[in-house]
Design a protein around this ligand. Structure first.
Ligand SMILES: [Zn+2]
Length: 129
């Protein structure tokens, strides 16, 4: 997969300020405020930074946390990193390195026992036609 590398200046120009704060600044949007936390349409969630396909709507589930939650990602679409807080696991887009959210395991919310908790601002939804 081709990596996408841009300067902070380029990102700032291309992204909305909200997308920039989340994807490049690792900000977390407030729960129940994002565009997709309650979305149920069928389609594909892409990275708002580079357009890479990340999560299928089939993997989306209602975790009640106020952020879009998925129990699976597309193969090699995301990378897991130790979060700067030393406790959580950060997830980033494998292609552009944009911050998406965090991965949680052991909650037993779905059979896959994984919850990717993602900021809406990091996603761009493409409905299935
Ligand atoms: Zn990306």
């Amino acid at each position: 997969m081709n990596q996408i590398v841009k300067t902070e200046e380029e990102w700032q120009k291309e992204l909305t300020s909200e997308q920039y704060k989340v994807l490049r600044g690792c900000a977390t949007e407030r729960p129940f405020t994002g565009m997709y936390w309650d979305a149920k349409a069928q389609g594909m969630y892409r990275c708002a930074g580079c357009g890479s396909e990340l999560f299928a709507s089939d993997a989306k589930f209602d975790a009640g946390c106020g952020w879009p939650s998925f129990d699976d990602a597309l193969p090699s679409a995301i990378k897991r990193l130790p979060d700067a807080d030393g406790a959580r696991v950060e997830i980033v887009c494998a292609r552009c390195g944009g911050h998406l959210g965090h991965a949680f395991e052991g909650e037993k919310m779905t059979p896959k026992d994984t919850r990717y908790c993602v900021n809406s601002a990091a996603l761009k939804f493409m409905p299935r036609l």
